[in-house]
Ligand binder design. Structure first.
Ligand code: NAG
Length: 468
């Protein structure tokens, strides 16, 4: 007792200092708000292991998009990542979610049991494959020493924002869903005695991912088809929703390309399954030291996943308005560019910005103001870019920044570029320019005409501004 009380003040002090330092950490994180990119940016640590990680591979899923600024736009979608070791075999299963997968590395075979038939597809780096909800799928890494890595977008069909995986075959790990049915039912359904059923169905307990022999891999990939190389199946006659094939995203001619980057895109026009799901897939490969033009999507909400390299993004967000909360990093540094005329000291705030904004709306005096959302991004980072929000991506100096983008609500989408030779402001007529800019026409034209590249530009750090 004596000892305890002698020690406890010390323990208390320790505990307190631990608490206050973590509080201080939280507070500074909170204050720097926009530099963490919240709530639009998700670091790699926000993925959760779905299967236990093993030597054979892992499957991890990003947390749900539950923030009020994200929920309506993308709350029903989930981002996941699969990594399978050489010759790994993934047990048959189905999801209660439609799935769009992109192969970021390696090669594999994906077998689909659906509509009364089996179809096997060979997929490789750069391919996109749509797997309809409920299809029983098994797959394998067909390479002898390279990992097979896949990024997926899941669109749950039964519970908003949640999906489950269902295994028909398994023992303890994975557990078969048949195990919950009563013996009478199973015996009658399979017309087989229970003991025999158990001997067949509950044999596999080595986990959801196992390793196949070279011979088995050859066997599995024997009859696989590789779909359209070079992507695009729209011109095919009879190509229907259920003619599932992989399409090559990176093999397709880029939509935009120059020395600063390339943009590939697969839309509903290329792939009927994507059209049915109202999803498009894009890949921006930004050359190191370069940037992508500030732009926004008219209808699509984007889920962007960094698959290569590092850099940063900046986005203008009207919901986290500067009147209601955090200052942008540039404001705090006192440079003020990009956010001129805003109040400088807005560090004090309480509660999430959304709530604050609501209060202000209730008070009927929401001030117009945009907040800078900015964060460093690297392989594994995910960003949500809602429709209409002007955004730019900047590649680091050392390597290319490649960002895979799933666009949802893609049907009528168009990308609007805000600078460069296809910049939207160049389309204004002269009278409107004079009225809107309040500067001399020549000057306006010089400024909005100065960037002669389109879509991909020289980046901020290697910028050479012509002062002609
Ligand atoms: C991006 O471009 C570089 C250079 O062309 C290439 O080596 C790399 O594989 C590309 N990345 C992706 C993900 O396509």
């Amino acid at each position: 007792m004596k000892k305890l009380s002698a020690r406890s003040p010390m323990a208390l002090v320790l505990l307190l200092s631990l608490c206050s330092s973590s509080l201080a950490l939280m507070a500074s994180d909170e204050r720097s708000g926009s530099s963490s990119g919240r709530p639009y940016h998700f670091g790699e640590e926000r993925f959760r292991q779905w299967t236990t990680r093993s030597r054979q591979g892992r499957f991890r899923v990003l947390e749900r998009f539950t923030h009020e600024l994200l929920e309506d736009a993308v709350g029903n979608y989930r981002v996941a990542e699969l990594e399978a070791a050489p010759r790994a075999f993934l047990q048959p299963s189905h999801y209660d979610a439609d799935e769009v997968m992109f192969v970021r590395e390696g090669e594999g075979v994906v077998a689909l049991l659906s509509r009364g038939k089996r179809e096997s597809f060979c997929v490789r780096e750069g391919d996109v494959l749509v797997i309809p909800a409920g299809a029983v799928v098994y797959s394998a890494n067909t390479h002898a020493d390279k990992w097979f890595r896949v990024v997926m977008l899941l669109n749950p069909v039964s519970t908003a924002g949640r999906f489950e995986e269902f295994f028909p075959i398994g023992g303890e790990n994975p557990e078969s869903f048949f195990s919950v049915f009563s013996n009478e039912v199973l015996q009658a359904a399979f017309n087989t005695r229970r003991e025999e059923l158990e001997q067949v169905f509950e044999k596999q307990s080595k986990g959801e991912i196992t390793t196949a022999s070279e011979e088995q891999i050859r066997e599995l990939s024997k009859s696989c088809s590789s779909g359209h190389r070079g992507g695009g199946g729209s011109s095919e006659s009879g190509s229907s929703m259920w003619d599932i094939k992989p399409s090559s995203l990176t093999g397709k001619r880029p939509r935009h390309s120059n020395s600063h980057g390339r943009h590939h895109e697969l839309t509903g026009e290329d792939c009927p399954q994507l059209r049915a799901l109202d999803i498009e897939v894009g890949l921006a490969n930004i050359t190191r030291g370069s940037m992508m033009a500030p732009s926004y999507s008219t209808h699509a909400n984007k889920l962007a996943i960094v698959v290569e390299g590092s850099g940063y993004f900046e986005m203008a967000c009207p919901h986290l308005s500067s009147g209601s909360g955090r200052s942008s990093p540039s404001q705090r540094r006192g440079r003020g560019h990009g956010s001129r005329g805003r109040e400088e000291e807005e560090e004090e705030e309480a509660g999430p910005p959304g709530r604050k904004e609501e209060q202000e709306q209730e008070g009927g005096q929401k001030s117009r103001g945009y907040k800078q959302v900015r964060s460093r991004i690297k392989e594994g980072s995910v960003i949500v870019i809602p429709a209409g929000h002007p955004t730019t991506l900047v590649a680091g100096e050392d390597e290319n920044l490649a960002v895979l983008c799933f666009g949802v609500n893609a049907r009528h989408d168009e990308k609007v570029f805000l600078a460069g030779s296809n910049g939207v402001l160049r389309q204004m007529d002269d009278a409107a320019k004079a009225l809107a800019f309040g500067a001399q026409k020549e000057k306006v034209d010089r400024v909005i005409g100065a960037q002669s590249d389109a879509v991909f530009f020289r980046g901020p750090n290697s910028r050479r501004i012509s002062s002609a």
